[in-house]
Design a protein around this ligand. Structure first.
Ligand SMILES: *[C@@H]1O[C@H](CO)[C@@H](O)[C@H](O)[C@H]1NC(C)=O
Ligand SMILES: *[C@@H]1O[C@H](CO)[C@@H](O)[C@H](O)[C@H]1NC(C)=O
Ligand SMILES: *[C@@H]1O[C@H](CO)[C@@H](O)[C@H](O)[C@H]1NC(C)=O
Ligand SMILES: *[C@@H]1O[C@H](CO)[C@@H](O)[C@H](O)[C@H]1NC(C)=O
Length: 383
């Protein structure tokens, strides 16, 4: 079983959301991140044995199999206002996964010319950091197009794998992240689960047989319910080089969950009960471990975006307080890193730190925001 020990730059002891935290101690170590804009959708961290990860990871990365991974997703910029490849700190991450490409109608890697151009620009970051790995991600939330058909039989899978290898090799890229959300989406096609395993296995065999080597990763869900429907965890452990746990979006506003909650709580809160009890990063990891996942394969996903809510009553503003909609900040409650920084600068914002879940949140009037700034914590697995 996993017991994660959490250490903080400055520990704040308060009970669930009652005590406003007057000074933003936990923001201080994050300043170096501010140059990173919202398009870094998340940063996934990998914790190896008892080594401390943050903030020392920048200076103490090891080579070989024992090195620490800090895997960052970078979305293709959709305008010049978005973070451009040249502005990414080449030393911040060990791996950059550029998202998202498609599976196309002929069961091959679908990539446009402008995406290829962006990938080339990301790749030039290697001039500054020759250890950097650049991967592509295929799929993404809501982009299930082509997957079912592609995994369907050996011929189509082979076609896909070959197209990936050619593209990676031709563009000197380092790997692929499979982000099909999700095999057997509706739970009525159990064969898809097996077909996905076959895809991973055939990727592995293909990589082993060819002289051009590349990394294989898979983005995996945090909910045990979804894991059971979509994946064979023992094979997820066997074939990819690592998996990226999508350990975020545990709570957000919806008509079914009209109350406040944390985007990525590290631990269970005493207020979490019933189906909400396992909605935290620790429980997700414990679940994967119980199903046979090796801890060394898991990258914990840490969102750099937040979720906002509109409260019913500004004085009832703790966790699980009634909410009547998304907050006014962000897009459908998704607040970007820049939105978060702007909100937190406002003097009237009250910040709280929930010590049980190790998570900050902030509120002003009826606006309620869950955010996470990655350098808040200092984690050490203790197995
Ligand atoms: C799919 O992508 C491949 C390259 O990976 C390309 O050669 C092929 O023409 C594309 N098919 C369609 C239907 O766009
Ligand atoms: C493989 O699947 C594709 C579509 O997913 C289909 O067009 C093709 O006929 C299948 N081939 C075999 C040998 O079953
Ligand atoms: C390989 O890359 C070169 C240069 O980027 C490009 O011109 C060419 O079309 C690519 N070939 C394939 C098969 O993708
Ligand atoms: C992590 O979750 C497991 C399973 O629910 C639990 O037994 C364990 O106490 C949790 N660890 C911490 C540090 O809370």
């Amino acid at each position: 079983m996993v017991a994660i020990h959490y250490e903080f730059q400055k520990e704040v002891s308060s009970s669930i959301g009652d005590i406003p935290k007057p000074k933003q101690n936990y923001l201080i170590p994050t300043i170096f991140l501010i140059c990173l804009m919202a398009t870094f959708a998340l940063v996934a961290l990998y914790f190896y044995h008892n080594e401390e990860l943050l903030p020392s990871y920048l200076g103490s990365r090891k080579r070989g199999n024992n090195y620490k991974r800090l895997v960052c997703y970078y979305n293709f910029p959709s305008s010049t206002n978005d973070l451009q490849p040249e502005h990414i700190d080449a030393h911040l991450c060990t791996h950059i996964i550029v998202a998202f490409l498609n599976v196309n109608a002929t069961h091959e890697l679908g990539v446009t010319e402008s995406q290829t151009e962006v990938l080339k620009r990301v790749n030039t970051l290697k001039h500054k950091n020759q250890d950097l790995k650049v991967l592509i991600s295929v799929g993404g939330a809501g982009n299930t197009q082509g997957w079912s058909e592609m995994v369907h039989n050996h011929t189509t899978r082979k076609r896909f794998i070959k197209s990936v290898r050619i593209f990676l090799k031709n563009n000197t890229l380092d790997g692929i992240d499979l982000d099909w959300e999700y095999p057997n989406t509706l739970g009525v096609n159990n064969m898809e689960k097996i077909h996905f395993t076959q895809l991973m296995e055939e990727f592995r065999m293909h990589i082993d047989r060819n002289t051009f080597k590349f990394l294989l990763s898979v983005a995996v869900p945090s909910s045990s319910f979804r894991v059971d429907i979509s994946y064979q965890v023992n094979y997820l452990n066997q074939f990819p080089d690592f998996v990226n746990l999508m350990s975020y979006d545990y709570h957000f506003f919806s008509n079914f969950t009209p109350f406040t909650g944390l985007n990525a709580p590290l631990l269970r809160s005493s207020l979490d009960s019933g189906i909400f009890a396992s909605l935290n990063i620790n429980d997700s990891i414990v679940y994967y471990k119980e199903k046979g996942m090796d801890k060394s394969k898991i990258n914990i996903g840490l969102p750099t975006y937040g979720h906002t809510f509109t409260l019913f009553n500004q004085y009832n503003n703790g966790l699980y307080s009634p909410a009547r909609g998304y907050g006014y900040i962000g897009n459908k409650g998704f607040a970007s890193y820049t939105d978060i920084c702007t909100f937190l600068k406002n003097d009237r914002v009250q910040r709280y730190f929930d010590s049980t879940t190790r998570s900050p949140y902030a509120t002003k009037g009826l606006e309620w925001m869950s955010f996470k700034i990655i350098t808040v914590y200092h984690l050490r697995p203790n197995l």
